[in-house]
Each structure stands twice: as structure tokens, then as C-alpha cells.
Design a protein around this ligand. Structure first.
Ligand SMILES: *[C@@H]1O[C@H](CO)[C@@H](O)[C@H](O)[C@H]1NC(C)=O
Ligand SMILES: *[C@@H]1O[C@H](CO)[C@@H](O)[C@H](O)[C@H]1NC(C)=O
Length: 823
């Protein structure tokens, strides 16, 4: 789950600022004038009321310095206005009488999907009407009983907000798996929805594409069925319909942009206008190879005539047939220009190479035709993506110039625009607690380490980060000074970086550079450069809703070796969940080794634990703590979990605990919030206290630190521990099923993995791993079982070592010991 993805860098150098990279962009809400005019909040207020209210406002607005008499009038008016306005705000949906409102001509098309388009069509002669607020008259019929308004399911239905564009690609059985797939891979994901229409379906349907097969291969029939289908199923959901053939390359951004600039609610038939064969008339049809746009209202008006067109118009070309039909019945001809927008297209010559096409027509084209084979489609896509990218960079640059030009007019003057332009300004701390630290680094070491040691080796992503930033710096300097100077990096003198959450990662580098002149002289110089790796494309991850009411099933596996700790576990469990009546259940899982299991009838190794349990049960008469016994030599987590999983319903939320876990109400809630069925599993990183023997040595531990409510201290989050987990049984079962084919009863593989690993490897769920301050463990030295996989064993050993004490505590202990030895 990455919260941000860096794209490119910014580099500033000695006051000269260069900027490049790609910034994120937002998609605006799709709310146009058509939705404004249908804002029906006003519907239960009468026109007269509104006019009165408005009139009062106007009297108020006029003549501010008016005479006392006027002012008195104004005050009176103001008093009069306020209740009116308030009542306007309080209009409730369920109060009004509704039949009249719903049958108001303006809204008919919305709620009753049948008469789409017609009622909303703007009057051509009176375009402005579209943007005027309208007052919906309110007639209350006293003879009718009061009725509740039926709300639509989604607010966008009521407001008349539609998606803008639906794309239909006309394909065929022969090309569905070649050209149509190429269309799908190049541009389909750019559109809200793309449908592929074909006559006959092929045996093998390409996956991930919505294919609609009409069952007849004749081209005109395909067109007829497609238009009918679009109107019938989507006529009310989209404003525009773009139809193209599968041998058309479509520049998706530009079509989207075109559609974004057209005002909806009008008949439109737009594309490359073509003359009819042998026809002398002026009417044109839109060539199917270059794609064309149809508006929703045109589809609606065309619908009743489609059958006549199919029966009466003879044509072999489907696009020509459609054009004829539109001209004959609606009197509309294909347009290349509409509302100052032009439909650009490009006709590709045979054997043309997209890389070499440089004409302005090519660069501006919305669509290209004919694309003879899939490879050509991909090459066109590459070329257009390049063009689009260059254009975007140029636009960014232009915007930056504009911003810096305008910044002179701001109160701060030129200094008001911070570098790099267009990126958030650096964060200014208000108090000393907010200061963001700079980390110092060289090419080999970093001087701020996770384990709080002063210096550690630069490794992994940090190393890659430093290398890439150095490369970029030198590269940019060379670009900047070519051809006079050429630079080669000698070494990094000093490096500083800090992460500014409003901006990105900032760097300051002192570089020792070898500079070469054109004549070949060279000299070593030191330069300081600043760079920024900006945040872009910040992703908001939608989360399903969870509640804190879920019951948590706590599972506690106990082995003979660990049973001494059970007493402590039970004490805290009783205090934090039973006494507080938290909605949790506890189940014990006793793990016997084969030897103990055999003689269980004589001596039960878990007898003492069982007596503790029955004591708790006696104390809380309504509490039952069941146990399950298993016999195994290697108590691998997965094996145990398999047994548990079978004994519980699928919707159980498990908290897999360890005997050292101290269950708290806070944590159980965290468990409920962070484990999301069919979405996320939660592996908390608990906090473990250091060994009191080392931390406090001879002194008494201060009383405070023995309470978990005290801030976390003298301990650390144990990143090596993966035993504790929260997840739903259904998720576990699904993951195990996916895993089943891989392991084929390979017992060893089962032993080598823990639950964490199988979720990571075999499920597509979010595996959420985070430090958990509500989960605290006392110091303990675990027995590491060498029968587990090397990985798990190694983690256990590391955890024990690192959990002993902090470096300073260890150092103090050593120091004291040495002193004791030397005296
Ligand atoms: C079609 O596009 C969708 C969405 O981009 C993708 O998931 C699917 O795999 C594509 N299908 C093929 C056959 O390429
Ligand atoms: C910015 O200002 C300069 C000089 O005043 C001017 O030449 C240039 O056209 C302006 N650029 C923009 C994009 O406004």
C-alpha cells in the first residue's frame, strides 16, 4: 500500500531554479449546468414566496447610505426576510405534496426513465434558459391525502448527474481477439466504460472486456442493434456516446476533453463528415473509421425511427446507414465543428510509421484510421502518449512562468512564489516541536538510524534513493551548463534530506565535481544543490465500514514450556475483559507433544492450567472458557490454526494471542477496527519491555513503569514478532484453499510458514502491519524451537537478543561489570 509515488525530481541550483516532473491532477466532480438547473431543493417553496423573499433582499441591497426612513424600512424588511429565508432552508423532502412536482415537465425524464431526453432538450433559440435557475410552482391539492416522496436510490439520479461518456467499439468475430484487444489495452481504461459490440461471439472471449454479441454478423444489423442497445440500457446514464470501429485508434484524453467542453442536452452528431456515395445533396454522414459522437438526446429521438430505417434504408456501410437514418428522420447532418470545437482526425497512409508522423494534423488528431493490425495500434499509442506527455510538460512550464509572473502582484512579491513553483511551499514550524529534522548522509552511511545508533550503513531503498538523487543532480547540472561545462561527480561531501509531508523528500547535496571546459581544462569544484522529490498521485484508499460491536474470539495456544505464563495472562484477561464485560470469548488450545499425550490419562501436564480455568469459571458463572487439545511434535501456527478454523463459524473474528499477550479493551477494539472481512488482516507489532534486571540493575523500578497506562518506556516495538494477529475465519479459509494446491499435504512446508506469511503469499488481502501501543508485553526470554523454519527460528533468536535492553543500558551494564572486575 503505497501512499505516494514519486515522479521525477526538482532541482534548484544557486538561485537558478529548474523544475521538472509530473504533478498529480484532480478529476473534477461531474457537475455541469444541467445538474444545477435540476437542483430541486426549492421545489416545495412557492414562486410567490420566493419572489417576496428575493424582493426583500434587493431592497436591502440597494442604497446603503439611505435616509433614516429608508433605513427603518430596511430594518423592518430584514426582520421580515429572515424568517422567510430560514423557512426556505427548512423545507423538508417529506412535507410537500408530490405528484404535481414529479410530473413537472422539467423533471419527467429523470424519474421515469421512459421519456428520456425529450423533456430536457433545450430550446435551440433560447440557449440561456439552460443556465437560468427555475422556480418550480407549488400547487397543493387539498383534496389529495398527504403522501411521502419516493426518494431515488442515488442522489445523482435526482440531480440528473450523468456520466459523461460511454464508448462503444464495433468489432467482429474475426478481430475481437486481435484489434479489439489492442483497443482495450491502449485506451479503454481511460474511459468510464467501454463496450465491445460484435455480431457473433467468438469461441474464446478475451477476459476483462465487456462484449455484447447481437447474434447476427451483418454490419448494418450490428449498427442497428448497437444503437438500440445503447439507448435501451444506457440512454439515461450517459450524456455522450462515442462509437468507433476496432481499426480506429482513439486518443482518449482528447475525446474526453472534447466532451467536457460540449454542453449537454442538445442533439449532436459529430465526427468526420463524409459525402454519400453518388449523392449530390449537402447532407453528410460521420465516417465510422474515425469515430463519432452521438448525444443522448439524439439517441432518444432516433429510437422510434430505428425500425423504419432498418427496413427501408439499403446500405452496406453501417456508418452510412446510420447517417442516412439520422438525416431522414431528424434532419441532422454530421458535423465536424460544433460550439467552436473541432473534431480532428488523421488518415493513416499505408506503411506509415507513427514515429515519423510529424504533421500538425497528426499531432492534433482525436482519432486515426485505418489501423490494420494490433502492433500498429500499440505504436500509435506509444507515439500519442509521448506527444501528450511533452505537451503536459510544456504546459507545466508555462503555468510555472505564469505563476511566477503573477507572484509579483502578491503581498510578498516575487518571494511569494516558493521553489519549485507549483509545489506546496516548505513547511514552517510554529513551535520547536514541529521542526522537521534533516538527516545527514554520505555515500556509505546515514547518521540517523532506526535503532538509534549514531551511524549505520546506507542500505536497500535508502542507498537506491541516494544513488538516484546523485545521478539526477549531475545529469541536471550537465544539461544546465552544456556545452560550456561538463561535470563528473567525484564524491558526495555532505548530504542532507528531510521528508516534508506536505511536499515530498527534500535534499541538499554538497558535491565535489570535476568540471571540464570545452577546451579540455578541468578543475575540481564544490557545489551545493537542492533537490525535491515531490509527492504526486496521492491515493486515498477507500475502506469498508466496520463496527466496534463485533465479538472477538481470542485463541490462546499453550505448550508445556509456556504454561507458567498462563496465570499472568488470565489475570489481565479477567481484569480487562470479563470485569468490563467486553464482547470477547477465550478458547485455550493445549498443545501436547506425543509423549505427554500418551500418558494424559495418568498425568495431565496441563492440569494446573485447567484448574485455573475452572476457578475463573466458578467466579464468573456466565463465562465458559472452552479448550481444545491437540497432539503434535511441531506446533506450527498454521497447523494449529487449521484446527481452530474448522471449529468456528466462518464469520468469526479471531485474535490469535500468545501467553505473554496482555489483552486490553483498547486493543480488542483496535482488532475490530483493523481486521476487515474480505479486505484486511491485522498483524500488530507489540511493545515489549526490556529486562528489568538490566534496565534497573540494583535500583528499584519506579512504580509508574509497571503500569501499562504509563507512556511506553524502557522497551521497544518487537518487529520480529508475528504471533499475534486479528483476522476473520472466512479470510483464513479462503487463503488456505488457495494455498492447498501449492503444498499438496507437504507437511514441512506447513511447518516452515506462519500465518502472516500465508496471508502475504496466498491472499490478495491488505496485510496491515503496524506498531500497536495498546499491546504491551513484559520482558520474556522465549524458547526458540529449532524445528521451525530457519527464518522463524532466526527471528525468534533476534527478538530475544534485541529485547534484552537498549544499547545504553547494555553499555552501562558492561561498564559496571568491568569496573567491578578491575577493583
Ligand atoms: C481489458 O482492459 C481491462 C481494464 O484495463 C483489463 O483488466 C483486461 O485485462 C483487458 N483485457 C485484455 C484481454 O487485455
Ligand atoms: C511573464 O512576464 C514576462 C515579462 O514581463 C513576459 O514577457 C511573459 O510573456 C509573461 N509570461 C506569461 C506567461 O504571462
Amino acid at each position: 500500500m503505497s501512499m505516494w509515488a514519486p515522479h521525477g525530481f526538482y532541482l534548484g541550483y544557486m538561485g537558478i531554479m529548474l523544475a521538472w516532473g509530473q504533478s498529480g491532477h484532480f478529476d473534477g466532480l461531474n457537475v455541469g449546468p444541467s445538474s444545477l438547473k435540476q437542483n430541486r431543493l426549492l421545489k416545495t417553496v412557492s414562486k410567490k414566496e420566493l419572489e417576496t423573499a428575493l424582493g426583500k433582499w434587493f431592497t436591502n441591497a440597494r442604497d446603503k447610505e439611505g435616509k433614516p426612513a429608508l433605513r427603518a424600512q430596511r430594518d423592518y424588511d430584514r426582520r421580515a426576510v429572515q424568517p422567510e429565508v430560514l423557512s426556505l432552508l427548512m423545507v423538508s423532502w417529506t412535507q410537500g405534496d408530490t405528484d404535481e412536482v414529479c410530473s413537472d415537465p422539467l423533471h419527467l425524464g429523470l424519474l421515469q426513465g421512459t421519456r428520456v431526453g425529450e423533456p430536457q432538450r433545450a430550446d435551440e433559440g433560447d440557449r440561456n434558459e439552460d443556465f437560468q435557475p427555475r422556480i418550480v410552482p407549488y400547487h397543493k391539492d387539498p383534496s389529495k391525502p398527504h403522501k411521502k416522496v419516493l426518494r431515488t436510490r442515488y442522489i445523482h439520479t435526482e440531480l440528473g448527474i450523468r456520466e459523461r461518456l460511454l464508448v462503444g467499439i464495433l468489432t467482429s468475430r474475426a478481430t475481437l481477439n486481435t484489434l479489439a484487444v489492442a483497443v482495450n489495452r491502449t485506451v479503454a481504461h481511460r474511459f468510464h466504460r467501454t463496450f465491445f459490440f460484435t455480431g457473433l461471439r467468438s469461441a474464446k472471449l478475451p477476459h476483462g472486456m465487456t462484449v455484447v454479441a447481437h447474434g447476427d454478423d451483418r454490419p448494418v444489423w450490428l449498427m442497428y442493434e448497437t444503437i438500440r442497445h445503447l439507448h435501451q440500457h444506457h440512454g439515461n446514464e450517459y450524456e455522450w456516446f462515442y462509437l468507433a470501429q476496432d481499426d480506429t485508434y482513439t486518443q482518449a484524453e482528447r475525446i474526453m476533453n472534447l466532451v467536457g467542453h460540449l454542453s449537454s442536452g442538445q442533439d449532436l452528431y459529430m465526427g468526420r463528415a463524409e459525402e454519400f456515395i453518388g449523392g449530390e445533396e449537402r447532407a453528410r454522414y460521420c465516417h465510422g473509421g474515425y469515430g463519432y459522437l452521438l448525444s443522448r438526446s439524439l439517441l432518444a429521438r432516433l429510437q422510434p425511427h430505428l425500425d423504419s430505417c432498418r427496413n427501408d434504408i439499403l446500405s452496406v456501410r453501417p456508418d452510412e446507414w446510420l447517417g442516412r437514418c439520422i438525416i431522414d428522420f431528424l434532419g441532422l447532418s454530421c458535423m465536424e465543428k460544433h460550439q467552436e470545437m473541432t473534431y480532428y482526425y488523421f488518415e493513416l497512409q499505408k506503411n506509415a510509421d507513427p514515429e515519423r508522423e510529424d504533421s500538425i494534423q497528426f499531432k492534433n488528431a482525436f482519432s486515426v484510421h485505418p489501423v490494420s493490425e494490433p502492433a500498429l495500434m500499440y505504436r500509435l499509442h506509444k507515439r500519442y502518449s509521448q506527444i501528450e506527455l511533452e505537451w503536459t510538460y510544456a504546459q507545466i512550464q508555462q503555468l510555472q512562468v505564469q505563476i511566477s509572473n503573477l507572484s509579483e502582484l502578491t503581498p510578498d512579491g516575487k518571494a511569494g512564489a516558493t521553489w519549485p513553483i507549483g509545489v506546496n511551499p516548505p513547511f514552517h514550524p510554529k513551535t520547536r516541536f514541529e521542526v522537521i529534522n534533516w538527516e545527514y548522509f554520505t555515500e556509505e552511511h546515514i547518521f540517523s538510524c532506526a535503532d538509534s545508533s549514531p551511524k549505520c550503513e546506507l542500505r536497500g531503498v535508502d542507498r537506491a534513493d541516494v544513488n538516484s538523487i546523485l545521478e539526477t543532480a549531475v545529469e541536471r547540472l550537465n544539461e544546465r551548463y552544456q556545452p560550456q561545462l561538463r561535470f563528473r561527480k567525484q564524491r558526495l561531501l555532505n548530504g542532507y534530506r528531510r521528508f516534508d509531508p506536505t511536499r515530498g523528500m527534500e535534499y541538499i547535496l554538497d558535491l565535489a565535481l570535476q568540471a571540464f571546459t570545452q577546451k579540455g581544462h578541468s578543475q575540481v569544484i564544490a557545489k551545493r544543490v537542492g533537490l525535491l522529490r515531490p509527492l504526486s498521485a496521492i491515493e486515498i484508499i477507500p475502506m469498508p465500514y466496520v463496527t466496534e460491536a463485533t465479538r472477538v474470539q481470542v485463541i490462546l495456544p499453550v505448550t508445556v514450556r509456556d504454561q507458567d505464563f498462563v496465570g499472568n495472562f488470565l489475570d489481565t484477561y479477567v481484569m480487562n475483559t470479563l470485569d468490563t464485560r467486553d464482547n470477547a470469548l477465550l478458547t485455550f488450545l493445549f498443545v501436547y507433544d506425543p509423549f505427554d499425550a500418551q500418558r494424559v490419562s495418568q498425568t495431565d501436564v496441563f492440569a494446573s492450567v485447567k484448574s485455573m480455568i475452572s476457578e475463573v469459571e466458578k467466579r464468573y458463572s456466565d463465562v465458559k472458557i472452552p479448550w481444545i487439545s491437540v497432539k503434535t511434535e511441531v506446533p506450527s501456527q498454521v497447523k494449529l490454526m487449521d484446527i481452530i478454523s474448522k471449529k468456528h463459524p466462518v464469520d468469526t473474528l479471531f485474535f490469535l494471542a500468545s501467553v505473554w499477550t496482555e489483552v486490553t479493551g483498547d486493543f480488542l477494539n483496535r482488532c475490530r477496527m483493523n481486521a476487515i472481512s474480505n479486505w484486511q488482516v491485522f498483524f500488530p507489532v507489540h511493545f515489549q519491555e526490556y529486562s528489568p534486571a538490566l534496565v534497573y540493575r540494583d535500583q528499584q523500578p519506579s512504580a509508574a513503569s509497571s503500569f501499562s497506562s504509563e507512556a511506553l518506556r524502557d522497551g521497544r516495538f518487537d518487529r520480529h514478532a508475528f504471533e499475534e494477529a486479528c483476522f476473520y475465519n472466512a479470510d483464513y479459509m479462503a487463503t488456505r484453499t488457495k494455498m492447498a494446491t501449492d503444498i499438496m499435504d507437504n507437511e514441512e512446508l506447513l511447518e516452515s510458514m506462519d500465518v502472516y506469511e500465508i496471508f502475504v503469499r496466498y491472499s490478495s488481502l491488505h496485510v496491515f502491519r503496524a506498531v500497536e501501543p495498546a499491546l504491551i508485553q513484559k520482558y520474556v526470554r522465549r524458547a526458540c524451537n529449532p524445528r521451525f523454519s530457519e527464518d522463524i527460528y532466526h527471528r525468534c533468536v533476534l527478538s530475544n537478543l534485541e529485547g534484552l535492553a537498549s544499547r545504553s543500558h547494555l553499555a552501562m551494564a558492561l561498564f559496571e561489570q568491568e569496573q567491578a572486575n578491575s577493583t
